[in-house]
Design a protein around this ligand. Structure first.
Ligand SMILES: C[S@@+](CC[C@H](N)C(=O)[O-])C[C@H]1O[C@@H](n2cnc3c(N)ncnc32)[C@H](O)[C@@H]1O
Length: 214
């Protein structure tokens, strides 16, 4: 999946991944992170997710990164925020209130630029990436967040049945990607109603990643 693939998706409004409500797993399990009000949650590959609205309502500071400027403009518009737009090495940053979004490639974001974060919320980020990129992505997220605690939502299905994205990322792979930095716990598994895209059975899972060194 190159940048053009995602830019086109947004230009053509082909955003079937965008949910009309905050994710039920986020709402149910956010408290497991034990964050104080004002704590900073990093949302990689954030799109214009309503999960961000929900996190802001909980009093969190939110930092996202997203390739598509269309997505980010929409996010701020739907929140009713007028952003201050500045530049960073990888593109532009939109900022208003307790929300800052880097428009650009997550792999260009450095720990220094991102600043300290208290947690990571990954929904449809890891699973948006092809297998060849997932290892690099997981290592990068661990590196730029200093292995901040994480809620991670994955999908497990027969990869041969569908091309992806979203890609199937099974339990073993999640452990391979993150076990060196985190203690991993599956908080819940849920069958995707009607199957994934109505084509094949799939299980959605939420993981709690607790840093080994903290
Ligand atoms: C499947 S969507 C999920 C969006 C959001 N997390 C949600 O739950 O609605 C993946 C998003 O990641 C963005 N994206 C893909 N690759 C990226 C990259 N390397 N850096 C930043 N954003 C990226 C895409 O533009 C797209 O909006």
């Amino acid at each position: 999946m190159d940048e053009l693939f995602w830019q086109k998706k947004w230009e053509q409004n082909q955003i079937g991944f965008h949910e009309p409500t905050p994710h039920s797993f986020l709402v149910q399990y956010f408290s497991f992170l034990h964050l104080k009000k004002g704590a900073c949650v990093f949302v990689p590959l954030c799109g214009k997710s309503l999960d961000i609205h929900w996190l802001l309502i909980q009093g969190m500071t939110v930092v996202g990164v997203e390739l598509s400027r269309i997505a980010v403009e929409s996010l701020f518009q739907e929140l009713g925020y007028t952003p201050c737009v500045t530049e960073w090495d990888g593109g532009v940053t939109f900022e208003a209130g307790k929300l800052r979004v880097y428009v650009g490639n997550v792999f260009d974001l450095t720990a220094q630029e991102l600043g300290g974060v208290s947690a990571v919320y990954d929904r449809a980020a890891l699973i948006a990436l092809p297998e060849a990129t997932r290892h690099k992505y997981a290592a990068h997220i661990v590196s730029i967040t200093q292995a901040a605690p994480q809620l991670l939502i994955t999908l497990d299905y027969e990869q041969a049945a569908l091309k992806g994205p979203p890609f199937s990322v099974g339990e073993e792979e999640v452990r391979q990607l993150y076990a060196a930095s985190y203690e991993l716990e599956i908080l819940e598994r849920e069958d995707v109603e009607g199957g994934l895209k109505g084509v094949c059975p799939a299980v959605e899972m939420i993981w709690h990643l607790k840093p080994l060194s903290k």
